[in-house]
Design a protein around this ligand. Structure first.
Ligand code: PLP
Length: 380
């Protein structure tokens, strides 16, 4: 099987599991407990926090461990917006992950917020001028993802964040898909909050983190024992945090070289797919995109049927967001990029991690051609 659905999730890496093992067995303590087993867990948690903080270029106290990307996004959007005395206005984009969009929708329904979405171009890039025009004195939060999970477009986050900083509006970015590929230094990005998720990086599902700049107040989403400096109650997932830190160390070791190699392999793969299927179109931005994502529409075909044909040929991919998989709805991302609903339903996303080499990707392009031709034959 060639697994090209890394944007949905990745396997836990052996080194990650080995790092976690002691904290699931002998050192299983609760980090809040005042005995040896608990203190050992607390030290491991502190070490993991320090690793994540050094990756993000922030203070350890600014890292909040969460159960994943969804919770990190919920905490950022709801927590910062509700805690802010500025007003009840949020600016985001129509192509955010559901975790951001549904949190914004919750604020609108339950807390009287107004939510403005910035238009995006056909390439998925946010319209910078339109974004600037939406910012108001009562804007409590701007949230724009670093890289899109369906089409892979990478946004000019530093430029957008600079605009909000001038107006003292907190800026959150969902970096779940960018993690491992792009540098996430929060100082260079100029962001006040940033979400990551372990299972996209080779750590297990159920661990993630939110960076929140020290001075920004956050209303918790989970109330309870006051862990994570009161920002996220609940006994910490110590083994998960240790695993996340191990995954971060592995991902950052060769990040620039991995990204470069994957970009070259991706561009060759895109060219090969377009040669196999002349009607196919790459979605998202041609160059400002994730090294490990290539997504296409195949007008006149059917995305779900192509996926089945690809799986018969040993290639596992996706029609877009795993969260939308199985639903009848066309992708909200492709619709926001201006694709017609019938074309949006022909989408196929290929996404991979650094372990997938150029030769493997090259071997997939003919299978894509075969699968699309097979579907065309089936539909005649
Ligand atoms: N944000 C983005 C951009 C994602 O792609 C995902 C997951 O696919 C999430 C948030 C949610 O992360 P998690 O699955 O860890 O809840």
């Amino acid at each position: 099987m060639i697994y090209l659905d890394a944007a949905a999730t990745s396997a836990v890496r052996r080194e990650v599991l080995e790092a976690m093992w002691p904290y699931l067995t002998g050192d299983f303590g609760n980090p809040s407990s005042h005995h040896g087993v608990g203190e050992s867990a607390a030290r491991a948690l502190a070490d993991a926090r320090a690793t994540v903080a050094s990756w993000l270029g922030c203070r350890a106290s600014e890292v909040v461990f969460t159960s994943g990307g969804t919770e990190a996004d919920n905490l950022a959007v709801k927590g910062i917006a509700i805690a802010s005395p500025r007003g009840r206005h949020i600016v985001t984009t129509p192509i955010e992950h559901e975790a951001v969009l549904a949190s914004a929708d919750y604020l609108a329904r339950q807390h009287g917020f107004t939510v403005d979405v910035t238009p995006v171009g056909r390439d998925g890039l946010v319209d910078v001028d339109a974004f600037a025009a939406l910012l108001r004195p009562d804007t409590t939060l701007a949230s724009v993802m670093l890289a899109n999970n369906e089409v892979g477009t990478v946004q000019p986050i530093a430029e957008l964040a600079a605009m909000t900083r001038e107006l003292r509006i907190p800026f959150h970015t969902d970096a779940v898909q960018a993690a491992g590929w792009l540098p996430l230094d929060v100082g260079s990005l100029g962001v006040d909050a940033l979400s990551i998720s372990g299972h996209k990086l080779g750590a297990p599902k159920g661990i993630g983190a939110l960076y929140v700049r020290g001075r920004i107040p956050v209303e918790p989403v989970l109330h309870g024992g006051g862990q994570e400096r009161g920002r996220r109650s609940g006994t910490e997932n110590v083994a998960g945090a240790v695993g996340l830190a191990a995954a971060v160390r592995l991902a950052t070791e060769h990040q620039a070289a991995n990204a470069l190699a994957a970009t070259t392999a991706r561009d060759a793969f895109v060219a090969a797919v377009l040669a196999e299927v002349p009607d196919a179109r790459l979605t998202g931005h041609p160059s400002s995109r994730l090294p490990g994502t290539a997504s296409f529409v195949f007008p006149g075909s059917n995305g779900e049927t192509i996926l089945l044909e690809l799986e018969r040929r040993g290639v596992v991919s996706s029609s877009g967001s795993a969260c939308a998989a199985g639903s009848e709805d066309a992708s909200h991302v492709l619709l926001a990029l201006g694709y017609d609903e019938d074309v949006a339903r022909t989408a196929v996303r290929f996404s991979w991690g650094p372990e997938v080499d150029a030769a493997t990707l090259a071997s997939v392009a003919p299978a894509v051609g075969d699968a699309v031709r097979e579907v065309a034959g089936l539909r005649r």
